[in-house]
Ligand binder design. Structure first.
Ligand SMILES: C[S@@+](CC[C@H](N)C(=O)[O-])C[C@H]1O[C@@H](n2cnc3c(N)ncnc32)[C@H](O)[C@@H]1O
Length: 267
């Protein structure tokens, strides 16, 4: 399957603040919004940060509160318009063997897996409420599916446990993406692979600068989403070799397949 997306359809999903969360933002300068809005993020803003270790429980709590609303976006016209579903297919059709889905959220990828190629499926997330919805979806994978709460930057799994590690739209929310990739390198089998679809800084220089300038505002409005990361670079720094990459939405979303570089050791 080829994924086709129009670069002119660049738009981003953000969530607006409710009065409650606005109060918390004032108190803690790290909180994000509760109610969903859609729109282009075209304004730079003052930065509120959510990416420190001490704020991690707040992120989990935020997604706990948000879980019941999360799937609304997927059911909207935007999911097709931006090719979200095609990209979910892109990652899941490459999954086989013992599969880890990182930050599985409400399990929106689960229905796309080819169950005959998946030996076992482990879905992890930091938010219990997101996971509850994911586990209800897990029935399409039958008894192969398990779910557990995990912080992606300190996974409890043994080294070299998984053949395929899947992640969609989550790296931007991790408070320590570098630590997460170190963990992925550790739990990925030497013959395994990582299949990601992520928000990244565009390879269009002007857009990339715009993303840098607006990053703090976007983070504030979209549950800590950092949309200007260089994920391929982070992967290469941590001992992965990129075997496939393709950009979408004016270069701001990337699909990546990466494999452990065997001349590097996992830690
Ligand atoms: C934008 S949602 C994406 C969910 C899902 N991957 C999808 O494609 O719909 C981000 C998810 O990352 C999870 N998350 C954020 N930080 C995490 C961490 N450190 N460890 C595990 N999950 C985390 C959130 O709870 C949330 O479910």
């Amino acid at each position: 399957m080829e994924v086709h997306l129009s670069s002119s359809s660049l738009a981003f999903v953000t969530w607006s603040s409710s009065s409650t969360s606005r109060r918390r933002v004032r108190q803690d300068a790290c909180n994000v919004s509760r109610r969903r809005i859609l729109g282009c993020v075209l304004s730079a803003g003052l930065g509120l940060r959510i990416d420190t270790v001490k704020n991690r429980p707040l992120l989990a709590a935020e997604y706990d509160r948000y879980a019941a609303e999360y799937d609304a976006l997927e059911e909207s016209v935007f999911a097709d318009g931006f090719g979200l579903k095609d990209l979910r297919e892109f990652v899941t059709k490459r999954a086989d063997g013992e599969v880890l889905e990182l930050a599985v959220g409400t399990g929106l990828n689960i229905g796309y897996y080819d169950a005959s190629r998946v030996e076992s499926f482990m879905g992890v997330d930091i938010s219990e409420e997101m996971l509850k919805i994911a586990s209800a979806r897990g029935s399409s994978l039958g008894t192969k599916a398990s779910f557990q709460i995990e912080d992606a930057s300190r996974l409890s799994f043994k080294s070299s446990s998984f053949d395929t590690i899947v992640d969609t739209y989550s790296f931007c929310t991790f408070y320590d993406p570098q630590a997460v990739i170190t963990e992925l390198r550790r739990v990925c089998k030497p013959t395994g692979k990582l299949v990601l679809v992520e928000h990244v800084r565009s390879d269009n220089r002007i857009l990339g600068v715009y993303q840098n300038v607006t990053n703090a505002a976007v983070k504030t409005m979209s549950k800590g989403c950092a949309w200007n990361q260089n994920i391929p670079q982070l992967l290469e720094n941590e001992g992965f070799q990129i075997s496939f990459q393709k950009r979408f939405l004016a270069g701001t979303v990337i699909a990546v397949v990466a494999r452990p570089r065997l001349d590097t050791q996992s830690t």
